[in-house]
Ligand binder design. Structure first.
Ligand SMILES: Cc1ncc(COP(=O)(O)O)c(C=O)c1O
Length: 393
């Protein structure tokens, strides 16, 4: 017998759906009707997981590695992540501070659980990664999204932190490179953000999930700045392992014991075969493949950025990392949501409306994900050009 649930928690009912999922569903319908849809909506690399990682995962499964690992993760994987920090960033991070998690999503949930209490507030840039607000609300806190559009750098800056910090504020959370703008924070900017949080008795959380997908000077990790910054990372994007659900969290030494307890209780541990597979992620032959892919993403950005600018979109900030271009489309259309619908329905091009990322001016912005090959990007640009011709007739 079916019984309707009467009590759905208020926390859960305030969680908004992703518009992009609806667009994706519609894009799939159009494809099933025989249309060639160009996908620039979803934030995952179009490359498969590199072969050495897949092989290691298969070998682990065949070798019977199907049991729980220790809660903080396989010791040898934590070692390898620590060695990666030393090699790539010249940052010393002891393995005991590294916790292997179910994706950056798991790391974000742990990081926020460690830092905030019910009723507390976390500062976030607007636009930003939409799930952060929902994680905070699930923990009965509130997210304070601060518009960065008026700042010349289009990033959350120390002055934002100082002017918006209130008695119940406990942390600021930013991503570098950022989703959806692709902007990155320099070592000086991270230091200044960290100091602004510290002087208010709070903590900085830095999401570095798009590290490795950065296209300018060497990107800095918060691990180079201070052991007190909580750092989120993942195997999803640079390592091409979205579906394996594996990430990690770096915490200050004082939080290791509590993080261990949280890991045990919330997740028990991250996926065992995925952790064994990730042991091959840092091998030179894997890194070689990943670096080739990085160059591909850079070529795509270098192609797309001038093209969409010429078409009349105005990118917000300098997109120097990740695989997104977030651009103001208000000179071209009154409403970004209907622009996305028209481009999908009539031109079979899927991009994401600003409503998924911001509350300040969602109707003015769209996000392009260049997670598709150059040939398709060229078709996408041509389709937008055609839409412009059609609408000016
Ligand atoms: C900024 C940011 N953080 C975290 C995540 C979650 O990633 P994961 O697949 O590692 O859980 C995403 C996913 O797109 C993201 O864009």
């Amino acid at each position: 017998m079916r019984q309707d649930l009467k009590n759905i928690s208020a926390r859960v009912s305030s969680i908004a759906p992703f518009h992009v999922m609806r667009l994706l569903e519609r894009a799939k319908q159009l494809e099933s009707q025989g249309h060639q849809v160009i996908h620039m909506e979803v934030g995952e690399p179009d490359f498969q997981t590199p072969a050495p990682i897949v092989d290691a995962g298969i070998a682990a499964l065949k070798g019977g590695q199907t049991f729980y690992t220790p809660a903080p993760g396989l010791p040898e994987l934590r070692q390898q992540i620590a060695a990666f920090y030393l090699e790539r960033y010249q940052a010393t991070v002891v393995p005991e501070r590294i916790f292997v998690t179910p994706g950056a999503s798991g790391a974000l949930l742990l990081a926020l659980s460690l830092t905030m209490d019910a009723g507390q507030e976390v500062l976030l840039p607007d636009p930003g990664y939409p799930c952060n607000k929902h994680f905070i609300e699930l923990l009965s806190g509130s997210a304070r999204a601060i518009s960065i559009a008026n700042h010349p750098k289009k990033k959350l800056m120390p002055e934002h932190i100082r002017s918006h910090w209130r008695n119940n504020t406990c942390a600021a959370l930013v991503a570098s490179p950022a989703n959806p703008t692709g902007t990155t924070y320099s070592v000086q900017e991270i230091t200044d953000l960290h100091l602004a949080c510290r002087e208010n008795g709070g903590v900085l959380l830095l999401d570095e999930i798009y590290h490795g997908l950065d296209y300018e000077d060497n990107i800095s990790s918060a691990c180079q700045v201070s052991d007190d910054i909580i750092v989120v990372n993942s195997f999803s994007k640079y390592f091409g392992m979205t579906g394996w659900r594996l990430g990690w969290l770096v915490v200050p030494e004082t939080l290791c014991e509590m993080t261990n307890r949280l890991m045990q209780n919330i997740f028990i541990a991250a996926s065992t075969p995925a952790q064994y597979a990730a042991l091959s992620a840092f091998q030179p032959d894997t890194i070689k493949v990943l670096e080739q892919r990085r160059r591909c993403f850079q070529q795509r950005r270098d192609y797309l950025l001038p093209q969409i600018t010429e078409l009349g979109f105005k990118p917000l900030g300098t997109p120097s990392g990740a695989f997104y271009l977030y651009a103001d489309c208000s000179d071209l259309a009154d409403n970004s949501y209907s622009l996305c619908e028209t481009l999908l329905e009539k031109y079979h091009l899927a991009i994401t409306p600003g409503a998924d990322f911001e509350t300040t001016s969602p109707e003015k912005f769209v996000r392009f994900a260049y997670t598709t090959d150059m040939d398709k990007l060229k078709i996408a640009v041509e389709r937008i050009r055609q839409w412009k011709r059609d609408t000016s007739e």
